[in-house]
Design a protein around this ligand. Structure first.
Ligand code: DON
Length: 308
């Protein structure tokens, strides 16, 4: 299989559709991004990297960061994490508050905003917010084997200034004692985590351990156990696209995590880690062209977890 030709083909076929979807504007800094950009990168478990389009342009990874923060939190507190966050798809928007009251402040899963905020609270234990953010950044840099990765401070500030809904979610959970730290501190970690800027190339490299049974096949070390990698992939498949998760499984058939910056990280277990980016979003807040590109890639490679 000629993966480079496959990616070049996808970029060429989607050229006329660049700009489709709607760029997220509830975070003012994201509204400034040129919607015509499109990048894709694949890192295979045998260490080869393929890329096409704007794969070297950094973008705001937003909710994709939740996969890395969850990995860090599981390393820190282990299975105890699941006493405070569920593992079921929500069927509601990423920033929805409705289920929280019925379910006593326990978020449905770690990828909706409420769940990711609890995960930040867990990572914050024993740290000042800046130290927790520093640990997170070091972790992602080590996964991507790239120390140039940074947090976009303008995006973090923009979201801090307008994140009313996340403040509401955090305060609500605090009232149920499902946050142990100061709401401002927890959200400080969360907003900075979401503001991580990465290229498709860096992101596909950082996700490689999830395609390779929890180990980094290039660095030759274990990141998480095989069982944990399998479980993180299961959560990405069932919850990674919020109320669009079923449709993503139907069309693409890979564990994936989206972000409102227009990125998607997808995992083909045993084969490769994939990152795609196009800023325009579909109705449920996932990259419109990114989803189309992944559907093309999965069908042409036969990589769907449900069979070729
Ligand atoms: O908290 C927020 O709303 C954003 N920082 C992240 C949301 C996001 O990326 C949802 N994914 N599609």
């Amino acid at each position: 299989m000629d993966l480079q030709a496959l990616l070049d083909g996808i970029v060429a076929e989607l050229a006329e559709r660049r700009g489709e979807g709607k760029v997220a504007d509830y975070i003012p800094q994201l509204a400034k991004v040129d919607p015509h950009q499109f990048g894709i990168a694949v890192t295979t478990v045998d260490g080869k990297v393929y890329e096409a389009g704007d794969a070297a342009v950094p973008f705001s990874i937003q909710s994709i960061s939740k996969v890395f923060m969850l990995t860090l939190a599981l390393g820190k507190v282990g299975e105890a994490l699941w006493r405070r966050v569920g593992r079921e798809p929500s069927g509601t928007a990423f920033n929805s508050i409705v289920q929280l009251e019925h379910e006593h402040g326990i978020p449905r899963n770690p990828f909706i905003n409420a769940g990711a905020i609890v995960v930040c609270d867990l990572v914050l234990a024993g740290y000042k917010p800046k130290e927790a953010i520093g640990e997170f950044l070091r972790f992602v840099r080590s996964l991507a084997d790239d120390d140039t990765i940074t947090i976009d401070k303008a995006v973090a500030q923009s979201e801090t200034a307008t994140g009313y809904r996340n403040y509401a979610l955090a305060n609500f959970m605090r009232s149920f004692n499902n946050l142990q730290h100061d709401v401002d501190h927890v959200l400080g970690v969360y907003f900075h985590q979401c503001a991580l800027a990465m290229t498709c190339r860096q992101l596909s490299r950082a996700g490689l351990f999830l395609a390779a049974r929890g180990a980094d096949p290039i660095g030759g070390y274990s990141v998480v156990s095989e069982k944990r990698a399998r479980r993180i992939n299961a959560l990405m498949l069932t919850c990674g696209h919020y109320d669009g998760s079923g449709d993503f499984a139907f069309h693409v058939g890979l564990p994936g995590k989206s972000g409102v910056g227009g990125g998607i990280m997808a995992i083909a277990p045993g084969k490769a880690s994939i990152a795609v980016w196009s800023p325009g979003l579909n109705k449920v807040g996932n990259s419109a062209l990114g989803t189309v590109a992944l559907e093309m890639l999965a069908s042409r490679t036969g990589w769907s977890v449900f069979g070729a």
